[in-house]
Design a protein around this ligand. Structure first.
Ligand SMILES: Cc1[nH+]cc(COP(=O)(O)O)c(CN[C@@H](CCC(=O)O)C(=O)O)c1O
Length: 305
């Protein structure tokens, strides 16, 4: 699809893909000082629509706060720019990547007079962990790397620099023949995946690490919690120990990219029946029916192009 992708919005202008560049002495490149979002536009029955865009753009601004980063555009301006990027690239279903970062002016950890640059790109992105994974689940490994503690860095901010931890964990898993990692927090309890939140099903009830477990406040996590509650499935936001993963009936990841991806093995221990579990399937179907607009619930969660 590369040749059909030609427009990126950058600092208020629509730019050709190859011209959307930044200086090698950009602050964010050296110190990870940027914040970003990942959202999906779905080609729904009522036309292309971004899922929970308001929550994503809200989180982008929230993520910038700990770094005194002033995003020099309003939420409405970023929304209009995003819709226009999708239109200009003739995309119906796509993945949207807004990023705000300290730009080029000076180096040294303090950003000083560095500008805050903002860019928004969109591209087609299929199943994050593969189509087959959505059906049959994936094999994960408990990473030897721990998640940063929220006392060391705001893990509820989607900070560019945080993702070296995600790379260390995810690549360690793939090097060892697994598809993805689960990362424990410094207390040794379950935090999340490198780019996903984690859910566990036990005796028909849903468990997921609470926000105090050094995790990202996932929008898909919030969606699945809502869908479960609407279906009378009790939800517990709590600490989950590493040992509880082995005796779980079902496990699954959630994320804007990962959507709802079942986990069938952890460190080669089979979870439940070793495939997508019934509660996972019920919530995954509810999620996809929702985002495809096969149901008309939560219409406020959709920003039509
Ligand atoms: C660390 C982390 N935890 C949880 C989530 C799920 O959050 P939410 O998307 O709001 O449900 C994500 C999103 N990971 C994004 C980046 C993926 C990438 O590879 O880049 C995503 O899913 O867009 C994370 O990066």
């Amino acid at each position: 699809e590369r040749d059909s992708l030609d427009t990126i919005w950058m600092n208020g202008e629509f730019t050709d893909w190859e011209d959307a560049t930044t200086h090698v002495l950009t602050h964010g490149l050296h110190y990870g000082t940027g914040v970003f979002e990942g959202a999906r536009c779905y080609d729904t029955e009522n036309g292309p629509a971004i899922f929970r865009w308001d929550a994503h753009v809200e989180r982008l601004f929230d993520s910038a706060k700990p770094y005194d980063m002033e995003i020099p555009f309003s939420k409405d301006e970023l929304t209009e720019a995003t819709l226009e990027v999708i239109r200009r690239n003739d995309l119906e279903s796509c993945y949207i990547r807004p990023v705000a970062y300290y730009g080029y002016h000076q180096l040294g950890v303090s950003p000083g007079d560095c500008p805050t640059d903002v860019a928004i790109a969109a591209w087609p992105w299929g199943a994050y962990l593969g189509e087959e994974a959505l059906r049959n689940g994936i094999d994960v490994m408990i990473s030897s790397w721990r998640k940063h503690a929220s006392s060391q860095i705001p893990t509820n901010a989607k900070t560019n620099g945080l993702y070296v931890n995600s790379l260390l964990a995810g690549e360690e898993a793939r090097r060892n023949g697994y598809e993805e990692a689960i990362v424990l927090n410094k207390e040794g309890n379950v935090a999340e995946g490198p780019g996903e939140n984690v859910f566990m099903v036990r005796d028909g009830e849903l468990y997921t690490p609470s926000l105090s477990e050094s995790i990202l406040d996932g929008i898909t996590r919030d969606t699945v919690i809502t869908l479960a509650e609407e279906r009378g499935i009790p939800v517990h936001e709590t600490a989950i120990s590493r040992g509880e993963l082995n005796t779980a009936d079902e496990l699954f990841f959630t994320g804007s990219a990962a959507e709802v991806t079942p986990i069938r093995k952890v460190d080669n221990v089979v979870i439940g029946e070793g495939t997508r579990g019934p509660v996972t399937e019920e919530l995954q179907s509810a999620f996809f029916d929702l985002v495809d607009r096969k149901t008309d619930e939560h219409d406020d969660w959709f920003t039509y192009i």
